[in-house]
Design a protein around this ligand. Structure first.
Ligand code: ZN
Length: 416
């Protein structure tokens, strides 16, 4: 993005995100792929159940949204196999491609292949501690062989293979180098850096992405996969892009095991505005699709969730509202917000009344109701709204506020 484009009708981005001094060590691609895991790890969110027909419906929506690939896990259930088989049929998805996760086992690979997918992602522990308990394997070379055998078998079936050591940050670099290089030699054409427990810091992510790239060379696709256990998933995804990752794994609404995977809406907005990296995501579909997924998943979107949470679309503090009103004659009131909600398909900004209400908001509402309040009346109404909000410890509904205005103004007008 050119620096001139950083201030538009809908947003104003700091130029410091783009200056050469800040970006001098970036190895960023112009375009980054978005790999969706909503229907695989999102489906593992405690309490969330996506039925086969819902997976098909949502995959089509994600396809329209512009994700490049969609992951399911064929061995999980007959519903997953039904959805995968339908979605893998030519023409069902217009842009995205569907693929399956698989453990490093022939039976998993066969099951995925039978669904007609073009690609599988072979996953397994990336540290010997987990390998011992999960697979009963205590020998490094035996673990590496298990992965390379699986990769070779999948390649023999004509499948494209993506793979990456799970929870790899507990291992030494020498072990990871051996695993990654062996995977590529065995035929994997995509390697995943997976921060499975979300505990790696962004600068360590950049270091690791650099190491992975050194081991695999420039032609193998490098994916990055983050969880949000320490609240780092979005920052880490952006750090991985800055370090040269080709593809980011993420889920709508940040769904996923424990506290979730990296949030697709947050990553898409940041890549587009703050980093100037191209994806095929249609930003205006983010909010509507998030609401649909909220309804189907039954996992509520928290009001503080960036991009799709209700907090983005409501304003209740006196000073910003007053400033916004003063900007209005110059048509620049949108700059009291980080970005216009319509950019991500959200509803218009809604003013709410509560303990933060200022006189400017009240005067506007009084005038809209067809009254002309004196300065004293506006102050009294404002004080009354704040008092009620403190008593109720909540916002007031617009109906409550209108009643309160009527009561005070009609009391003074008629005295009856
Ligand atoms: Zn994961």
């Amino acid at each position: 993005m050119n620096v001139e484009d950083l201030k538009t009708e809908k947003y104003w981005i700091p130029k410091y995100n783009y200056i050469d001094e800040v970006r001098k060590d970036f190895h960023m691609q112009d375009r980054v792929l978005i790999h969706d895991v909503t229907l695989r790890e999102g489906d593992q969110t405690p309490g969330c159940v996506f039925r086969a027909e819902e997976k098909i419906e949502l995959a089509k929506d994600l396809d329209c949204l512009g994700v490049d690939s969609i992951e399911l896990f064929s061995v999980v259930s007959p519903e997953d196999r039904e959805a995968l088989t339908e979605l893998a049929r030519p023409g069902v998805l217009k842009h995205a491609k569907v693929m399956s996760l698989a453990r490093a086992k022939k039976s998993d690979i066969d099951t995925a292949a039978k669904c007609g997918v073009y690609k599988i992602s072979i996953e397994g522990p990336g540290n010997m501690f987990t390998a011992k308990y999960m697979l009963g394997v205590t020998d490094e070379d035996q673990l590496v062989k298990q992965y390379t055998d699986a990769i070779k078998y999948a390649r023999s079936l004509g499948l494209v293979v993506s793979t990456g050591p799970w929870d790899c940050m507990k291992s030494d670099l020498s072990f990871l180098e051996k695993v990654i290089k062996s995977d590529v030699e065995a035929g994997a054409t995509e390697i995943v850096f997976a921060d499975t427990f979300g505990f790696t810091l962004p600068w360590a992510v950049q270091y690791m992405i650099g190491k992975f790239r050194e081991w695999i060379g420039p032609d193998i696709r490098l994916d990055a996969h983050f969880h949000n256990d320490y609240g780092l998933a979005t920052a880490n995804s952006l750090a991985a892009v800055a370090a040269g990752a080709n593809c980011i794994h993420c889920a709508m609404n940040g769904l996923g095991e424990r506290v979730g995977n990296a949030s697709l809406p947050e990553i898409a907005l940041n890549l587009a505005l703050n980093m100037g990296v191209k994806t095929d995501i249609n930003l205006e579909m983010l909010y509507p699709l998030s609401k649909k997924i909220e309804a189907i998943s039954k996992v509520p979107i928290d009001r503080t969730q960036p991009v799709i949470g209700e907090g983005v679309y409501v304003l209740g503090s006196g000073l910003p509202v007053d400033t916004m009103n003063k900007m209005r004659p110059d048509h620049c009131e949108q700059y009291t917000m980080p970005y216009a909600p319509s950019l991500v398909g959200g509803p218009d900004l809604k003013l709410v009344y509560g303990k933060g209400t200022g006189t400017s908001m009240v005067r506007d509402l009084v005038e809209k109701m067809g009254y002309a309040g004196t300065r004293e009346q506006i102050s009294e109404i404002t004080a009354q709204i704040k008092h009620e909000a403190h008593v109720m410890k909540s916002l007031l509904s617009e109906f409550q506020v209108c009643q309160l205005i009527k009561n005070i103004l009609e009391r003074d007008a008629g005295g009856n």
